[in-house]
Each structure stands twice: as C-alpha cells, then as structure tokens.
Design a protein around this ligand. Structure first.
Ligand SMILES: *[C@@H]1O[C@H](CO)[C@@H](O)[C@H](O)[C@H]1NC(C)=O
Ligand SMILES: *[C@@H]1O[C@H](CO)[C@@H](O)[C@H](O)[C@H]1NC(C)=O
Ligand SMILES: *[C@@H]1O[C@H](CO)[C@@H](O)[C@H](O)[C@H]1NC(C)=O
Ligand SMILES: *[C@@H]1O[C@H](CO)[C@@H](O)[C@H](O)[C@H]1NC(C)=O
Ligand SMILES: *[C@@H]1O[C@H](CO)[C@@H](O)[C@H](O)[C@H]1NC(C)=O
Ligand SMILES: *[C@@H]1O[C@H](CO)[C@@H](O)[C@H](O)[C@H]1NC(C)=O
Ligand SMILES: *[C@@H]1O[C@H](CO)[C@@H](O)[C@H](O)[C@H]1NC(C)=O
Ligand SMILES: *[C@@H]1O[C@H](CO)[C@@H](O)[C@H](O)[C@H]1NC(C)=O
Ligand SMILES: *[C@@H]1O[C@H](CO)[C@@H](O)[C@H](O)[C@H]1NC(C)=O
Ligand SMILES: *[C@@H]1O[C@H](CO)[C@@H](O)[C@H](O)[C@H]1NC(C)=O
Length: 746
C-alpha cells in the first residue's frame, strides 16, 4: 500500500491536507463552521441576510453572537448560509421547517495533445463557431494561471452579453481577458495566505485548458508528449472559481462558487473534486449541481481516484455527469540499460537526459545505513540509506517503498529504478531520473547488482509508445453506487491518464520543493483530467444544440459512447456507458430527457422528506404520494438501466419504463436490438418505435427475467438495449448485480 499511497498522491497532485485554524473570537469558543442549506431562493419577503440573522437569533439567544456567527449568506442561486455553531445549535436548526439540512463544513480533495485526436476530434473538426464563442465554461478548482498561452485572447470579441460575473485581481493575478472572462476566489470559514484566483497548484490551469484552451503549437513537457495542445471547445470562454487551497476544498467555498456561477451565466460546470460520500442534502456538490440543473446548466464531476476497489465512486447525484478515467493509446516509458547489455523499460515521465554513458548502480539494501532509523533500506525508505553509498549512483529499490525518488535525490543520487506493481497503466513524474519497472524485471536488476563487481546502469529520457486503448485506468473509482443503487455510476469515461495540458509557473511540475522544473505544460493523471474532457464534450454538444436540457446532453453523450477496447472484470462499474465520442454525440437520434420533477420523484421514492423537498424545489404543493405508484423499477428516465438484487439465489424479474424523444430525422423507425448473456432474458415492448415528427416522444418497457446470480462478488452481468435506425445507434447498458454484504440496501 505504501507506494500506491504515494502514487495516488501524485495523481491528486499536491493535495496537502493540513487543517487550518478557524476564524473565531472569544465568544466563538467551541464553535465550528456549519452549512445551513435552505433550498430555493426566496421569491419574496425577507432579504436573505435578514432571514438568516433572525433565524439564528431564535437559536442563539445572544444577538451579537448570532450576528457575528454568520460568515456568509448564499442568496443569488439558492438560499442558505455558513455560520459558526455549536453542535446543539446545529441540531436545533435542523429541526426548523425552513431548513433543508445542516452539516459541518467539510473538506474535499482534488481528485495534450493527443487526447482530442484520439477521441475523433481533430483540429479541423466541424464547429459551431458562432455559438461556441458564446459558451462560458465554469470551473471550481485551484484557480488559473492567466499568462498561459492557452488563454491567449487574440481574435476574441467582448464577453457574451449574458455574462454577469466578475474578475478579481490579487497576488500573482493581474486580471482577465476576453478568453478568461471571470475569476473569483473564496475563503469562507478558514484562513488562506491571501485572496487571489492565481493558480499556485497547477490543477485548475490544467483542467481549464483541457476544456477551453486555445491551440498552442509545439507544446510539451521538456519535449515529452509534444504536439499542439488545445481544449475540446477551444473558442469557448472560461470562468474560474477558485475553491481549492493548499489545505483542500471546503464546502462553504464550493457552495459560494455555485451560488455565483449559476447567476453569473455559465453554460457548463466542470468540477474535478470529491470526497466522502454524503447524502444529497449534506453534500455541497449535490446541492450546488441540483440548482445548476434547474437553471439548465449541466455539472460534470470526476468519479474519484480510489479504484480499482468497488463502491468507491463519488459524486453520485443523478443530475450530475460522473466521469471515470480511461487511458489513451500512448504511454510514456523510460528505457533502462545495464552494464551487462540488458535493456528494459518502465513507466515514467522522465524529463532528464543523461549526461554520461553509464552511472554506478547500487541497490537500497547495499546502500543501507544501519546506524540510521530502523526502516526498510531494500525499498529505499526515508532515513534508511547512507549518503556516501548513494551519492552519484543510480539506486535500485525493491517494491513497496514510498518517496524513494525524494529520498535518493536528497542524498545526492543520480537516479533510481523503482520496482512495483501498483500501477501498470499510468506514468508518474519523479524528482530525479527514474524508471518504474515490473517486479520481475526488478528482480533481474537486483540479481545483476548482487553478482557484479562494478554494476552500472543508465535511465534514459521518456519516449512515447503505442498501446491498445481505450481501457479504464486502474485508479479510476468503481461502482456500484453507494447512495442510489438503482443508478449506474460512473456514467461515462474520458481520457485521464498522462494528459498534457497547460500548467502554472507558480509551482514546480511535481509540486515538490526540491524540484526546480517549471513548465507551461505538464503531464498529469486522474479522474480530475477526465472530467474536463467530458465537460468539453458537453459544451461541444451544447454549441450545436443550445436549447437542449442538461439531461438531454448527458443522454446524447452516454448513448453514443465508445466501447472499451480492453475489458475489465468490473465492466460498467468501471466505465459506465463507455468512453465519450463527442462527434457522434452531436447526432444521437433519440434522447432520454429528464426534468427537475423527475429527479424529485426519485428523491421521494428514496424516502426524502416532502417538507424538505418543497424547500429544495420551491414548489409549495409538492406531494410525494402523488408520484406513487412508481413508474417501473427505478422510476427515472435514465439512459442506463440497473437492477440490484437482494435475493440473488432466486429467479428475478423487473420492468424499466422509459421515454425517448426524437432529435434526429422527422420520419424514422427504430428497432430494439438486445444483447444479453445466458441466464438473463431482456424483452422490449414495443420493439419498434416509429416517429413522424421531430421532438416526438415514445414510451416503451424493458422487461428483465433472470436466473439466480451465482458468481462471487457483485455477480455483475452486463446486457444492453440499442435503438437502431438507418443512421443512429442509441445504446443503453443494462446491469444486474447483487447487493454486497457491506453495501447499504437501497
Ligand atoms: C447531515 O449531517 C448532519 C450533521 O452531521 C446529520 O446529523 C444528519 O443526519 C445528516 N443528514 C442526512 C440526511 O444525512
Ligand atoms: C461537417 O459538417 C458538414 C455539414 O453539416 C457535413 O457534411 C460533414 O460531413 C461534416 N464533417 C465531419 C467531419 O463531420
Ligand atoms: C508572485 O507574487 C510574489 C509576491 O508578490 C512575487 O514575489 C513573485 O515573484 C510572483 N511570482 C511570479 C511568477 O510572478
Ligand atoms: C519546440 O519546443 C522545443 C522544446 O521546448 C524547442 O527546443 C524547439 O525549439 C521548439 N521548436 C519550435 C519549432 O518552436
Ligand atoms: C548513517 O546514519 C547516521 C545516523 O543518522 C548518520 O550519523 C551517518 O552519517 C549516516 N551514515 C552515512 C554513511 O550516511
Ligand atoms: C495491469 O494489471 C492488471 C492486473 O494484473 C491486468 O489485468 C492488466 O491487463 C494490466 N494492464 C496493463 C496495461 O498491462
Ligand atoms: C540481493 O542481495 C540481497 C542481500 O544483499 C538480497 O536480500 C536479495 O534478495 C538479493 N537479490 C536477488 C535477486 O537475489
Ligand atoms: C419532514 O420534516 C419535517 C420537519 O423537519 C417534520 O415535521 C416531518 O414530520 C417530516 N415528515 C416526514 C414524513 O418524515
Ligand atoms: C428459474 O427459471 C428457470 C427458467 O428460466 C426455471 O427452469 C427454474 O425452475 C426457475 N427456478 C426457480 C427456483 O424458480
Ligand atoms: C467463489 O467463492 C468460493 C467460496 O469462497 C470459492 O471457493 C470460489 O473459488 C470462488 N469462485 C470464484 C470464481 O472466484
């Protein structure tokens, strides 16, 4: 686990989870920031701040404490506030009728260019330029580096007239331009070194340029991954909301960013963050994205980097597009040569070119300093090696270590060969010449060191090699969905392995203080990188279909997705509907549309309280009982169908009800094509849908009948329904699985 923690850390880049002190005066002793969420904005009556103050004075007797406790009021796009509360005060607020939820302010974490070509979107792809230029993509991230050539505004007109956002100036941030039209930063309920939207991490610059970056020729990381770097909607505009700092990304700031972004006029939101799985009412990303959806804005989120373990996927709300990570067809490998002529290679983004023919080679165990702390020298643990054995040498480290590159760099080593099997699909950047080799290869290198008088080696700069793709990255979080087992998550996948995109010059490429490499482009991995690819695809679809709902855009992306070339046993739990295919998504033929009321129906079915749902929706007459009996098994017109079995040893059956809308040709006839494995029968009624006008809707039923699931684990079985006419294929995966012993029953 040790190395995977380290490598995961590299995936999450620079996240450094140090708690900071909380605002507070003497009267605030013991108080902590809580989010008090109150649903839809008030239509009339009280000014929100007054409502918040008067509510709090009923709970906290001392009026001056009550007044001082409020840190921020949300009021533009939804209603609520952040306040310093004691636990019993939070509980009392939770009982109030006008309050939906109260939860402690929690910290979330941050979870080319070849990738767009690989996705079938060459530089010359058809574009709806006129509309694309009016599209504003909002990001909640670590800020942005405005000097990056990816955000050059040459040739851009003024911001779209609908734009109501702002551009803050601050430390290392002189302002916006006609491409980067908005930038704000937030720090509510915690301290930050300064207030500025400048990107001191690199993550936000990277994700933003993946979506909207202008084409930059000859971009590379020290010559690696070279080519034209660009975003998927390279003429769209960018609005950055900085919510992540060195100490993480707080709920209070995330909600403030949503409150602004929705009212500022963004068209699509891309959010590469996540954290603990919480109920929708207690989760800032679910709350914010719900209000965004109501205003026609699709929120795209990363699935998380906790794979390949099951039940790890986060950002589970059905109104969010949740994106897992795939690898593209190129891999970065660093070649290793030994003094005996042996030649091999390992995954790594090694920017260093050797300056000698050969270097002396040793191993951690041979370079041990046993008078140091009692650690594991074989894996090159911190403190376990002797400087004089390491200086000037390449050091081989056995599998299982952590921070080996850092340890060896500090001791003056010339490089390292690290053996390990935690990652075989993702290349990471190290602080000195490094190759990450397979343990079997490592063993040969170790043997060579043990049996040779003056062992020697060299680690070369990384080169690209072609690999089979797409495949799901091992780190990409897997389903099933912990909160709503009837909704498949992740929804979709997009490239997230070793992605080249713009970077900040305010941080080194590894984020390590001992690294003096700074670059306008960097290669990094994570579902954080896949999320902006899907967000760009959503913006691309929107530029051709500006009036489509968030659910229609989501459906178009999901039903046209590409199948994986390399299969994984977790199948749909790893890749959802498949990998985005932006060009196909422009013309899906049919869409599974959804309105806000459909999501409310689902929440009703999942037992959410009517009183609270009324606040959430602003619909005073909402009555969950009216939605009974439910429409089919899952009660929602989702583009995937998922059945969870509680009694897998019995035969089962279920009916899914769906409605599709014709967005293709006026007169079209679609036939149902079903694929299902032995033991599961799938029937569709009717099995032909004939349309005679655009936007016409047709409903159908999908009936599953199956035999017991006997295989171990989730028992996952994959089937599919495809509606096919002469030009379109509208595909929905159908998944049946059994409840895991440790999974909450749904
Ligand atoms: C929300 O969080 C609060 C405080 O931690 C907790 O008491 C409450 O049960 C949670 N509500 C839901 C619906 O999970
Ligand atoms: C671009 O659009 C035109 C007109 O709509 C169409 O004829 C052409 O096939 C499209 N090209 C590509 C590569 O999709
Ligand atoms: C960032 O701001 C600090 C403080 O103003 C300054 O010392 C530093 O040179 C700036 N860095 C860059 C890259 O502009
Ligand atoms: C491309 O970039 C590389 C590395 O940054 C540089 O050495 C080279 O001169 C550049 N080539 C052109 C044509 O600009
Ligand atoms: C070994 O560790 C001891 C204790 O930390 C230190 O004093 C000594 O210099 C180290 N020896 C080498 C060769 O680095
Ligand atoms: C990585 O390892 C897994 C499990 O051992 C294997 O299934 C997969 O094919 C490997 N992937 C690559 C790219 O070698
Ligand atoms: C190399 O020697 C060390 C002890 O010096 C031993 O622990 C290790 O297993 C040996 N490696 C191989 C591959 O024989
Ligand atoms: C919903 O919440 C309200 C206020 O917290 C409470 O009075 C009511 O009993 C709850 N309704 C149900 C059905 O649980
Ligand atoms: C399950 O269904 C199969 C036919 O699909 C039937 O042969 C079998 O007897 C059924 N088993 C049970 C336990 O009902
Ligand atoms: C399923 O579990 C049983 C009992 O734990 C075990 O004997 C069997 O090998 C497992 N089968 C597979 C396919 O993993």
């Amino acid at each position: 686990m040790r190395i995977s923690e380290k490598l995961l850390l590299a995936v999450l880049i620079n996240l450094c989870l140090v708690a900071t002190s909380i605002h507070g005066s003497a009267s605030n002793t013991g108080r902590q920031p809580y989010i008090v969420y109150m649903g839809e904005v008030l239509e009339h009556g009280l000014v929100p701040e007054e409502q918040h103050r008067s509510l709090l004075t009923e709970i906290i007797e001392d009026e001056s404490i009550a007044r001082e406790s409020i840190l921020h009021s949300y009021k533009r796009s939804f209603n609520g506030f952040v306040a310093m509360l004691l636990p019993h005060e939070a509980n009392r607020l939770m009982e109030r009728e006008e309050v939906v939820s109260v939860f402690p302010n929690t910290k979330l974490k941050l979870h080319t260019t070849r990738s767009w070509d690989f996705l079938g979107m060459p530089l010359t792809v058809n574009r709806s330029y006129k509309i694309e230029r009016e599209i504003i993509v909002g990001l909640l991230d670590t800020g942005v580096y405005p000097e990056s050539p990816s955000f050059d505004d040459k040739g851009y007109g003024p911001p779209p007239s609908k734009w109501k956002g702002k551009c803050e100036v601050g430390v290392n941030f002189t302002g916006c331009n006609k491409k980067l039209i908005g930038a704000r930063s937030y720090s509510i309920g915690h301290k930050t070194p300064h207030q500025s939207p400048a990107d001191t991490d690199g993550h936000g610059t990277h994700t933003a340029s993946t979506i909207v970056g202008s084409a930059v020729n000859n971009a590379s990381l020290y010559g690696i991954g070279g080519g034209t770097a660009r975003g998927g909607v390279s003429s769209a505009r960018l609005a950055m909301y900085k919510v992540c700092w060195d100490n993480g990304c707080w709920d209070s700031d995330i909600l403030a960013a949503f409150d602004d972004a929705i009212s500022d006029g963004v068209d699509v939101l891309s959010i590469s963050l996540g954290g603990v799985i919480r109920d929708f009412y207690n989760d800032s990303l679910s709350i914010g994205s719900f209000h965004a959806m109501k205003k026609g804005i699709l929120t795209v989120c990363s699935a998380g980097n906790e794979g390949p373990y099951l039940l790890t996927v986060s950002n589970l709300a059905p109104w969010v597009l949740t994106v897992g990570a795939t690898g593209i067809d190129r891999q970065f490998r660093a070649e290793v040569r030994l003094g005996n002529g042996m030649k091999t290679s390992g995954l790594a983004i090694n920017t260093y070119s050797p300056t000698k023919q050969m270097y002396p080679l040793t191993s951690g165990i041979k370079a041990a300093n046993y008078s140091g702390p009692d650690a594991y020298p074989d894996t090159c643990d911190w403190g376990s090696l002797g400087e004089k054995h390491v200086k000037g040498k390449i050091v081989y480290c056995a599998p299982g270590g952590i921070y080996q590159d850092y340890t060896i760099k500090v001791l003056g080593g010339a490089g390292t060969i690290i053996a390990g099997s935690d990652f075989n699909d993702t290349a990471f950047t190290f602080v000195l010449p490094t190759s990450y080799v397979d343990p079997k290869v490592g063993n040969l290198i170790d043997k060579y060191i043990n049996t040779t008088k003056n062992p020697q080696a060299i680690v070369h700069k990384s080169k690209e090699v072609k690999v089979s793709a797409p495949f799901v990255a091992s780190f990409s979080s897997r389903g099933p969905n912990y909160l709503s087992p009837r909704i498949l998550k992740p929804d979709i996948t997009a490239p997230g392995v070793d992605i080249l995109a713009a970077f900040t010059m305010l941080e080194s490429i590894t984020g390590e203080p001992h690294d003096n490499r700074f670059s306008l482009f960097n290669i990094i991995s994570g579902t954080s990188m896949s999320c902006p690819h899907a967000a760009a695809a959503a913006a691309y679809v929107k530029s051709f279909h500006p009036h489509w709902s968030p659910a229609a855009i989501k459906s178009a992306l999901m039903t046209t997705a590409t199948a994986m070339k390399v299969k994984t046993p977790d199948a749909e739990f790893a890749y959802g509907s498949g990998q985005i295919n932006p060009v196909r998504a422009l013309n899906p033929g049919l869409v599974y549309d959804l309105r806000a009321s459909s999501y409310i129906r689902l929440l009703c079915r999942e037992g959410y309280n009517d009183t609270k749902l009324r606040l959430l929706t602003g619909w005073n007459h909402l009555d969950c009982r009216k939605f009974q009996p439910a429409r089919g098994y899952d009660g929602i017109n989702y583009p995937t169908m998922t059945l969870q079995l509680h009694h897998p040893t019995k035969n089962y059956s279920a009916v899914f009800k769906r409605t599709v809308k014709n967005v293709g040709t006026k007169n079209s006839v679609y036939k149902a094509i079903v694929k299902s494995p032995k033991g599961l029968s799938v029937s569709v009624f009717p099995s032909t849908l004939a349309f005679n006008r655009v936007y016409q809707r047709k409903s159908f039923k999908v009936e599953l009948k199956g035999e017991p699931l006997i295989s171990n684990g989730t028992g996952l079985i994959s089937a599919s329904l495809e509606w096919k006419d002469s030009t379109h294929r509208v595909r929905s995966p159908i998944v049946v699985y059994k409840v895991l012993p440790y999974q909450v029953a749904g």
